[in-house]
Design a protein around this ligand. Sequence first.
Ligand code: GDP
Ligand code: GDP
Length: 455
Amino acid sequence: ADDAALLAEWDGIDVDADPEIIPPVLAIVGRPNVGKSTLVNRIIGRREAVVEDVPGVTRDRVSYQAEWNGTEFTLVDTGGWEHDAKGIHARVAEQAERAVEVADAVAFVVDATVGITATDEAVVKMLRRSGKPVILVANKVDDMALEAEAAQLWGLGFDYPYPVSAIHGRGTGDFLDRVIEVLPEESEYGHLLNLEGPRRIALVGRPNVGKSSLLNKLAGENRVVVDETAGTTRDPVDEYIELGGKPWRFVDTAGIRRRQHMASGSDYYASLRTQSALDKAEVAVVLLEASEVLSEQDVRIIQMVLDSGRAMVLAFNKWDLMEDDRRFYLEREIDLDLQHVTWAPRVNLSAKTGWHKDRLVPALETALESWDTRIPTGKLNSFLGELVAAHPHPVRGGKQPRILFATQVSTQPPKFVLFTTGFLEPGYRRFIQRRLRETFGFEGTPIEIGMRVRE
Ligand code: GDP
Ligand code: GDP
């Protein structure tokens, strides 16, 4: 019955038509004035300065569709430079880093007539760390005479510098040929190009666990004003809070703040609110009370998150009230009641004192990254090939189901389908699931594995 249900569930999914093919992403990075916008305009074939933002894209990252010799790709540009107190080096490297995160390859643009500056060096360091393929573009090589300047950039360790004149188009053909060579066919990072604005968080937990206190603590002076968040339609029940340098959207916060006026402790309304927040969110922070015994209601709320398929972070609040022997019992409760969600990052904090509140963002980022993860089909199948070779499915009644092929049919959360010659036992499916997590991480996200049996 379990298998039949699983199959039915996957029946509607057309696994052949990949709904999520995103053209590979090329990030254009470099310090101000090296000619990035000019190069972008040259590539996408427009003459005007490009200002047309994709709605909702965070303001320091803009993307465009481009094409060269019949191959499509996405260009990501870092614009809107702010020369603020933080210092230009750090700013440039930071913004470039955000573009590089979503990119499959990077074009690093340098002004050949100026050479390498300290700001460039900061970007170079970041690029090395990223491990992504980098194409070095020596721009403003408007004529032959300037090629010598470009050659001096060999020293950066990025292979051959492509001498280009973005303004006149000189050398851009060779550069684009190289781009197409370097970009993968299937984008591995493109889905991280979050086109919907700030990530959406549901802060859930039973009454009195400290949701509204935590919200206040986080908001502090970081509440984002409406118009500052480009391209977002502001929902009055949500709150935008800047954490770790970027805005986050806490959904349904009005529901948290309104609680005082409702029949206090009403389970029914609490679970309605939780459900509506989860529906709107991408990741849930489940707030638990470290200083009190985990309740059935806590476990039920976690189950609601699991059912919603959202990413999840567990936050243990009121740590300021913790006593030593309570810690021991808490560990035991976690082992007992939360063993099915060991993959969720855990943060111990105090909404009252603010202790460890900064640990929330890294946990959220990890969870969302996992939730967004897409394992390329080739990688997935070579992983499974090795796994199955070393640990074949047990023979049952003279038969041994084989896995023919696997594919990830969706992200958010990651869902996989295995094509098999027979039903895989639940134990074997759990084994595969465990190994998938061991190999690919998926910290903070549920994952699902479905089956398609070829009779
Ligand atoms: P960005 O800040 O990196 O986006 O740089 P821009 O594209 O705005 O270019 C900065 C300046 O450099 C502008 O005045 C451009 O006209 C100029 N520029 C860009 N590419 C070239 C080029 O290939 N040759 C020359 N001579 N100037 C260029
Ligand atoms: P909500 O119902 O989940 O929104 O919970 P509240 O934020 O209203 O908090 C319920 C009670 O717990 C209030 O009296 C808060 O002051 C208290 N509280 C919240 N967080 C903490 C904490 O970290 N430490 C302590 N000692 N008390 C807290």
